[in-house]
Design a protein around this ligand. Structure first.
Ligand code: ADP
Ligand code: MG
Length: 430
């Protein structure tokens, strides 16, 4: 299917989509929108930047549209980070501006009272981070007992960030009769486990093999001694005239330190990570988007889910410990078909991480030494590519529903449909 109209979206939503300038649905939108409109539970995986927000927001709006404004929360979207919550709510607002439905966003790190006041005025669609949502509920500011639709966005990241207990608590507050959607970059074993517990015979849609890097991203490794990394980064920013570069560090402390060094070198830099206040994070991100901040230095968790349009390049100042994070990081560039560039500054002690990444993405990364920064400690060559095959994971079966607070089945009539489309290879093999 090649148009939004063919997916079954209503006139008002088609107008909203046209106003956004979207010409046709992205693959994940094509696959996810119809089953969501049909009332199915859906678990969807597609890499970052592929339009997952609209894939759940558009059909969500359509499902709520008929009954319209009722003054209680009918749909809840949970996201792992504050930035992401704000971005998702912004999309809800934009796509839903002709719908008459009201939305609001709540997250921690800012005053709770204005949020309580806002909820009192009536909201149909709530976007929230888990902690603040539970706080608000605990204070009696929020009722979720008439909820119709739950969305867990960036579910894999929520698990990584340790939100599983909060998620369980939240789900206990919701009616069993509801539609549940889960969006994620990958389907991990843990994600399937979560789905088995909280969803009813979900339709699975997956449009990219997990952990494949976007083909549009050109990648390089610059071997360099550890202590010379900051100088190399300053050199690159100036030499290549980068006006907007997202830089990843492994730790918050590392992010702060690097930001200071860059500033000393005359580069406008800001750090974004979990220890920063919400205001500081928003300011840093705004500055970056407006071009006042040249280098945004971020940890993995802070960077996940940021929607920064057409970021020309990302730099891995440190390689991540978890190879999958490399894929998420470079997914920040080369979005929506635009060419992107990813540069990794790699010191000899990071050889293992580098090999792990090359194994995951199944290709060696080209290395290039930069004049004046040739390392004393040589980065070992990559080992010949060995395809590491893990045993195929068992296909997700109809859950046994143990420990579930959902009925054992038959709540809604279900088609036993499992689409697993797009580029095919979507599970087990990585
Ligand atoms: P994801 O959640 O998969 O990381 P987002 O939902 O944040 O991706 O979307 C990434 C970008 O793509 C956003 O800037 C969004 O406006 C844009 N986008 C989404 N759907 C379409 C579409 N059908 N056509 C063009 N751009 C789109
Ligand atoms: Mg997203």
């Amino acid at each position: 299917m090649s148009t939004f109209a063919e997916l079954g979206l209503s006139e008002t939503l088609l107008n909203a989509v046209a106003e956004e300038g979207y010409e046709k649905p992205s693959p994940i939108q094509t696959r996810a929108i119809p089953p969501v409109l049909d009332g199915e539970d859906v678990m969807a995986a597609a890499q970052t930047g592929t339009g997952k927000t609209a894939a759940f927001t558009l059909p969500l709006l359509q499902r709520l549209q008929d009954d319209g404004r009722v003054g209680h929360v009918r749909a809840l979207v949970i996201t792992p980070t504050r930035e992401l919550a704000a971005q998702v709510e912004d999309s809800v607002r934009r796509y839903g501006k002709h719908s008459g439905l009201r939305s609001c966003v709540v997250f921690g790190g800012v005053k709770i009272n204005p949020q309580i006041e806002r909820l009192k005025r009536g909201v149909e669609i709530l976007v929230a981070t888990p902690g603040r949502l539970l706080d608000l509920h605990g204070q009696g500011a929020l009722k979720l007992d008439q909820l119709e639709l739950l969305v867990l966005d960036e579910a894999d990241r929520m698990l990584d960030m340790g939100f599983i207990h909060d998620i369980r608590k939240i789900i206990k507050l919701l009616p069993r009769e509801r539609q549940t959607l889960m969006f994620s970059a990958t389907f991990s074993r843990e994600i399937r486990e979560l789905a088995r517990n909280f969803m009813l015979d979900p339709v699975e849609v997956s449009v990219t093999p997990p952990n494949s890097t976007a083909d549009t991203v050109k990648q390089w490794v610059y071997p360099v001694d550890k202590k010379r990394k900051p100088a190399l980064l300053s050199h690159l920013v100036k030499d290549k005239q980068w006006h907007q570069v997202l830089v990843f560090t492994r730790t918050k402390h590392g992010a702060n330190r690097l930001t200071k060094t860059l500033e000393k070198d005359g580069i406008a830099a800001a750090a974004i990570h979990g220890n920063k206040s919400q205001n500081a994070r928003t300011r840093a991100l705004d500055g970056f988007k407006r071009g006042k901040v040249q280098a945004l230095v971020a940890t993995d968790i802070a960077a996940r889910g940021l929607d920064i349009d057409q970021l020309p390049q990302v730099v891995n100042f440190d390689l991540p410990n978890v190879a999958e994070d490399y894929v998420h990081r470079i997914g920040r560039t080369g979005r929506a078909g635009a060419a992107g560039h990813a540069y990794s500054l790699v010191s000899a002690d990071e050889a293992d991480q580098l090999h792990g990444i090359e194994r995951l993405i199944k290709k060696p990364l080209p290395r290039e030494e930069i004049e004046g920064f040739e390392p004393d400690h040589v980065l070992p060559e990559g080992k010949p590519q060995q395809r590491q095959r893990r045993p195929q994971q068992a296909r997700h079966g109809r859950g046994a529903n143990s420990g579930d607070n959902r009925p054992a089945g038959g709540r809604r009539r279900r088609r036993s449909r499992r689409s697993n489309g797009g580029s095919g290879e979507s599970r087990g093999n990585r």
